[in-house]
Design a protein around this ligand. Sequence first.
Ligand code: 8X3
Length: 254
Amino acid sequence: MSSPSPRTAVVTGASSGIGAATARRLAEAGFHVVLTARRTERLEALAAELTEAGHSVAVHALDVTDRAAVDAFAAALAECHVLVNNAGGAIGTETVATADPADWRTMYEVNVLGMLNVTQALLPALTASGDATVVLMSSTAGLATYEGGGGYVAAKHGVHVIAETLRLELNGLPVRVIEIAPGMVKTEEFALTRFRGDADRAASVYTGVAEPLTADDVADTVAWAVTRPSHVNVDLLVLRPRAQASNYKVHREQ
Ligand code: 8X3
């Protein structure tokens, strides 16, 4: 008897950080993983590593803010059981009084409209699969705020309420909606992007913090939530490092 073909998982923003780690974890969990991001070189490298390890993967260059490209991607996809909306990010630390609206627009475009584009485009395939999961990568910034976070916090609050809205709207269909809300995660790019490439400022975010979360810690929770039995919907999973008790309260060793 031939074994059943693997279920397909699409991961956006899979070229680095939480997205790449999630792609690895889902491949290890037996999914055929479609890696998407703008930077194909990095995707190809990850795909080669996973293929070498015996996993089933495909690569598709995708800018989630380009709706026509997203629609073409969806049309070319044979099937989809899991969508991990991971692409996103923060730009700048300016106050509401001084922020550049262009930065806020970019953050809304990527974190909210990008997620909307991919989710809308893949929902027919997800629903048709008969047993699907949509993961939305929000943030603890989607649940509470902090000074200088305004634009990012607004976008991630958007992701949070869209997860809740989508879960209501899809009720009765075989599609789970899971929101993962990480706090302080040390990745190579998140803080660097926020601080516009200033490596010292980016590194200072983690100064004295014994063990910030890693991308793999988050990926582990995504894979865990996705692989629960189909009738179990992990609505919202908040994870922080032990050293972080809230967005504000972070224990730093001297
Ligand atoms: C990242 C968490 O605290 O930098 O999503 O906003 S925080």
